[in-house]
Design a protein around this ligand. Structure first.
Ligand SMILES: *Cc1c(COP(=O)(O)O)cnc(C)c1O
Length: 497
């Protein structure tokens, strides 16, 4: 296999290895180190703070002369234990996917091809088209829908809301901008529980985050649809132009799912774009337990979700699914002469992904998504989603049965919010103790929940989007919360720790 033929003149340089046999050996060593790391994900503390000695490795000046392959690899190997912890079975913070060892193969393959998926006609493009078709099928979107793989739900939301906005102007605003806007101020609606990426999209799109109305929620933390209709009516009377309703399938605080069917009805009768943030929850359509509550997804104009959360695709990969391919293309298409398509040759394969989003050069994220679905299949991936929901319900039961723990919100899905409550302790002290319990769990390397406010009170938030978690991990978490809670309560000034 050794390349015998080096066509370079002695003065010509390349970044390819001069000794391919040595490179191959080095690559095998790196692969072994990576697999060793993955095989031992359960072992050791959940989080290793990055030691100052290693930090120093990343504080040097710009290298003029390189340090070479061996030293570079040594640095990379040293990094392996210092992830955020989301590969560990007791990582419960925020909403992180846990990844798969098999996805390493997809990343190696993608790196070897080094494809640019902005457009043109090559193998990688067919893989992405397959993923787009699979997403259509998964969410029961029509043939005339379109989609694009992106880095995550945040950018997918920007793409969707740009389409929603531009359609209001029949896309003329793409040339004239919003400065001389005939419609007056545009306004959109979402719930108080919605992720901040929606307000950020309003900001990025020049609408201003004040133009996003945060509708109150009911006791299940779902958008109050009566209040929504009242807000739309009030804005219309005031001469504003309602243009989008953003529903959530799996809200980030407690995992609630808005009444998507009713939101779709309202959007339809008001002639407003209906977008759904389904970052983690949308893939619940794969789970028998959740899919009945997600039936409204198929009525959305656009859906943003992540593969890197509940599908456990290694970071990063998200998706924007758009009901109207035409609206989608008219929102972004702009092909200057140097990007002209062709019927044949490398410039064929139209339309190109660049016509569906803001990016031209795009990596081969599609491969790891395709590989995850192809290898494991939707049945198993869906069963793992159900398993996580059952585990969250189990944790809810442990909490309910515990004298010192209190459930803070119903377990709607895969998230359980609770807190440690010693007898007679006031709310403020309890807030502080629970914040400290979470920090101690992380620092002691036991588990990594995060915190959130539920009805204004600090809660321990356990999100399970983790195919490595077991019920034993949750029982251990409850024991450790109790242990730390008791210790903190016993100390003289717990609020001051
Ligand atoms: C994670 C998340 C987002 C943001 O997604 P990114 O992939 O991190 O950009 C938006 N909404 C919800 C509900 C989320 O959980």
């Amino acid at each position: 296999m050794k390349s015998k033929n080096h066509p370079h003149f002695p003065s010509e340089k390349t970044l390819d290895p001069t000794d391919w046999a040595a490179f191959r050996e080095q690559a095998h060593r790196m692969l072994d180190a990576a697999v060793d790391r993955m095989e031992t994900y359960r072992e050791g503390p959940i989080w290793n703070p990055f030691p100052p000695a290693l930090q120093a490795n990343y504080q040097g000046p710009l290298p003029v002369e390189g340090i070479g392959a061996e030293a570079t690899q040594a640095h990379m190997t040293a990094l392996l234990p210092f992830g955020v912890g989301n590969t560990h079975p007791r990582f419960f913070g925020w909403v992180h996917g846990s990844g798969t060892p098999s996805n390493l193969m997809a990343d190696i393959t993608a790196a070897a091809i080094n494809a640019n998926l902005g457009g043109r006609d090559h193998g990688a493009m067919y893989v992405e088209k397959q993923v787009v078709n699979w997403c259509r099928e998964l969410f029961q979107f029509p043939e005339s829908s379109s989609g694009l793989i992106v880095s995550g739900t945040s950018i997918a939301t920007v793409i969707a809301l740009k389409a929603a906005r531009d359609r209001c102007f029949n896309f003329s605003n793409r040339k004239t901008g919003l400065q001389k806007n005939a419609l007056g101020p545009l306004v959109g609606y979402t719930s108080e529980q919605t992720h901040s990426c929606v307000a950020r999209a309003f900001d990025i799109l020049g609408l201003g985050s004040d133009a996003l109305r945060k509708i109150a929620v009911n006791e299940r933390f779902e958008m109050d649809t009566v209040a929504l209709q009242a807000a739309i009516a009030k804005d219309r009377v005031a001469g504003l132009t309602p243009f989008v309703i953003v529903g959530t399938a799996g809200a980030v605080n407690v995992g609630s799912i808005d009444d998507l069917e009713t939101l779709a009805d309202i959007a339809q009768s008001e002639n407003i774009w209906f977008h759904i943030d389904g970052a983690f929850g949308a893939l619940g359509v794969l789970s028998e337990r959740l899919s009945p509550r997600l039936s409204g997804i198929k009525r959305a104009d656009s859906l943003a979700f992540d593969f890197h959360k509940w599908l456990h695709v290694n970071y990063d990969a998200g998706f924007i699914l758009m009901r109207s391919e035409e609206d989608h293309r008219r929102t972004f298409s702009e092909r200057p002469e140097y990007l002209k398509g062709a019927e044949r040759g490398l410039a064929a394969g139209n339309p190109w992904p660049v016509e569906y989003g803001p990016e031209l050069s795009r990596g081969f994220r599609a491969l790891k998504v395709w590989a995850q679905l192809a290898e494991h299949g939707t049945a198993k991936l869906g069963a793992l989603i159900t398993q996580n929901c059952e585990q969250a319900a189990y944790l809810g039961e442990l909490v309910a049965a515990h004298a010192h723990l209190r459930l803070m919100a119903p377990v709607a899905m895969n998230i359980c919010c609770f807190r440690y409550q010693a007898e007679g302790q006031d709310d403020k002290t309890t807030d502080a103790i629970n914040g400290e319990i979470v920090i101690q769990l992380q620092i002691q390397g036991i588990a990594a929940p995060s915190t959130t406010l539920v009805n204004g009170r600090n809660a321990i938030r356990v999100n399970i989007t983790n195919h490595r978690t077991t019920r034993a991990d949750l029982a251990l978490l409850v024991r450790e919360v109790e242990r730390i809670g008791l210790e903190l309560t016993a100390s003289a000034h717990p609020a001051a720790v």
